[in-house]
Design a binder for this molecule. Structure first.
Ligand code: NAD
Length: 502
């Protein structure tokens, strides 16, 4: 195995950025009332603290919820014109662009992702805010002019209210930016709780929103653990919705926490994305994209293509191409511009990957490449790994591993490929590679997943995202993203004189 490792450079001045953050509650920068903090150590440079976040208690979060409640019930935000709300969203978009380098560095150090990747994510974040801003002025309800001669129906779009947003660690600001502009644009107020591992960029986002002049309490950002901080957002009677992105395990809990108050629950959960490669595909382009999808961000991506389903007659050749790419990948210091695969978020996640690889080996799957941890001064690195000779019942095929581990299955007919792709509880993403567009379309139509690609795996602010099956409920982005945070009020206007009932 020739994974090239670049030793992290502790003399790099960018590592001297240990930051102490505050939360944003009701427009004020605050510490946790208890004074407790969570220290984030770099997953690349053990012992180096790269962030210190307030550890919010239930009371701290409740204060944030009540600030958002007040801003919604009494403040100007839900009553502003679309034009005014759009202007704020544009300002925040610009602020993200202006601070992209700082935000990217924060995420690279806290998450372990490559700085180059984080920079492009920050551009994407700014674009999400900008796109949503552009649509806000066009938000509309509907009218019904054919109810009867004497009646007119109006359907008004109104904001759902206070939204608790709980986000994961793998793409902190991207996920927040897939939710906040749409919720704010609809007229909602927010309490955002990022992951306890990677809160820095979200806490900075709160400051940028405040500096953009957003009225107090419209955006509140609290940092802390799932329990109690995230749980309170789901449970509290003063939140009207909880928008959660994360694992299935916690997603199910969120649903249960929210049930007693019958609030709306948005869930963006995990996946086990199938990638179907037909023999007539551009195999070079497909191999490049397949390897990028599963190996970049260390495989810690919800839409990673972790199940390769390849046509039998090109399977050997295609896997050889992937093996060649895996051998060329540069793993190591995320700040190095040549690095393609950075570090794991924490030892638990790395241990989880190791135990899945062990289980795959013991179940009889064959490792083509990878399969080992890369030992370097305690940094959390793992080799890009490919398994063949897998069976559908193996855990490496069934479970979301959230690591750079690809399981390869083979097919002979389109129907067989669709069957294998659908043999999962997940339905987040799918990709089909074929230069025959009819074939590609027929295949993708047969696969039950929300975020699909043909001959590539790009996303766009214009297109809704969300999961089928156990990958979630609700849709983000595009025009539909606003419906997620809207109530629809129907008003029946009776224009005929009313008759006495009795
Ligand atoms: P996680 O479920 O462990 O945590 C997500 C968030 O929930 C964190 O902020 C955490 O503090 C909070 N949380 C934990 N326990 C909680 C509780 N009891 N009550 C309320 N909140 C709680 O997920 P993770 O490990 O941070 O992220 C990885 C998962 O996220 C993967 O499954 C991945 O597929 C998924 N994900 C999905 C998408 C998507 O768009 N569908 C995007 C990114 C990540």
């Amino acid at each position: 195995m020739t994974v090239q490792f670049i030793e992290p450079d502790r003399a790099d001045p960018r590592l001297a950025i240990e930051r102490r953050y505050t939360m944003l509650v009701g427009g004020r920068s605050v510490a946790a009332a208890s004074g407790r903090t969570i220290r984030r150590e770099s997953p690349v440079h053990p012992g180096l603290v790269v962030g210190e976040f307030p550890d919010a208690s239930a009371e701290d979060v409740e204060r944030a919820i009540l600030a958002a409640r007040r801003a919604f019930d009494e403040g100007p935000w839900p009553r502003l014109s679309g034009k005014e709300r759009a202007a704020y969203l544009y300002k925040i978009s610009q602020a993200i662009r202006d601070h992209a380098e700082e935000l990217a560095l924060i995420e690279s150090l806290e998450v372990g992702k490559t700085l180059a990747g984080a920079r492009s994510e920050m551009n994407n974040c700014a674009d999400l805010w900008q796109f949503a801003a552009g649509l806000v002025r066009g938000l509309e309800g509907s009218t019904h002019n054919a109810l009867s001669e004497h009646a007119l129906g109006l359907v008004l779009r109104e904001p759902i209210g206070v939204v608790g947003v709980v986000t994961p660690w793998n793409y902190p600001l991207v996920i927040a930016s897939e939710r906040l502009p749409w919720a704010l644009g609809a007229g909602c107020t927010i309490v955002l709780k990022p992951s306890e591992f990677t809160s820095g960029s979200s806490l900075r986002l709160g400051e940028l929103a405040r500096d953009a002049g957003l009225p107090d309490g419209v955006v509140n950002v609290v940092s802390g653990y799932g329990n109690p901080a995230g749980q309170i957002l789901a449970e509290h009677p003063a939140t009207d919705m909880v928008a959660f992105t994360g694992s299935q395990r916690v997603g199910r809990q969120i649903g249960a926490f929210a049930a007693p108050t019958i609030k709306r629950v948005g869930l963006e959960l995990g996946g086990k994305g199938p990638v179907v490669v037909f023999a007539d595909a551009d195999l070079e382009a497909a191999a490049n994209q397949v390897s990028r999808s599963i190996f970049s961000n260390q495989g810690q991506t919800c839409i990673a293509g972790s199940r390769l389903i390849v046509e039998r007659r090109v399977a050997h050749e295609f896997v050889q191409r992937l093996e060649g790419l895996a051998n060329r990948v540069t793993v190591g210091d995320p700040l190095n511009p040549d690095t393609k695969v950075g570090a794991f978020i924490n030892p638990v996640q790395l241990g989880k990957v190791e135990s899945y690889v062990k289980a795959g080996r013991e179940a009889g799957a064959r490792i083509v490449v990878g399969g080992e941890r890369i030992g370097t001064n305690g940094g959390l690195f793992y080799q890009p790994t490919i398994f063949t000779d897998v069976r559908p019942d193996m855990s490496i095929v069934r479970d979301e591993i959230f690591g750079p581990v690809l399981a390869v299955q083979q097919f002979d007919t389109r129907e067989e490929a669709i069957g294998i792709a659908n043999d999962t509880i997940y339905g987040l993403s799918a990709v089909v590679w074929s230069l025959n567009i009819d074939n590609a379309l027929q295949t993708i139509r047969g696969i039950r997943a929300g975020r699909c690609g043909i001959n590539g795996q790009e996303g766009a602010a214009e297109m809704p995202i969300g999961g089928y099956k156990q990958s979630g409920q609700g849709r983000e982005l595009g025009h539909r993203g606003f419906d997620e945070y809207s109530e629809f009020k129907s008003i029946h206007i009776n224009m005929a004189p009313s008759r006495a009932w009795l």
